[in-house]
Design a protein. Structure first.
Length: 82
């Protein structure tokens, strides 16, 4: 919640509104920082309270190895989806 409140403050939002669903736009692996952010949010106890959807991820979660995706992309991209 601290992150949400801080971002609202930075954007000049006068108040927060109630929501019944949300979308997370941060599932595409773009490098180590994208995975580090997700891991930090999890370590801090981050969770969702409403039904939430995600973007498509960077790799096929079940078949990235069979499709020849290099491990240095497939492993962190799959971890980010987790």
């Amino acid at each position: 919640m601290r992150v949400v409140v801080r971002m609202a403050d930075l954007q000049g939002a006068p108040e927060l509104i109630s929501v019944s669903q949300a979308h997370i736009d941060g599932c595409v692996y773009t490098g180590p920082a994208s995975l580090e952010l997700a891991e930090k949010l999890v370590a801090m106890g981050g969770s969702v309270r409403v039904p939430t959807t995600l973007n498509a991820i960077s790799v096929d979660r079940r078949r990235w190895r069979a499709l020849g995706v290099p491990a240095d992309l497939g492993e962190p991209a799959s971890a980010l989806a987790d």
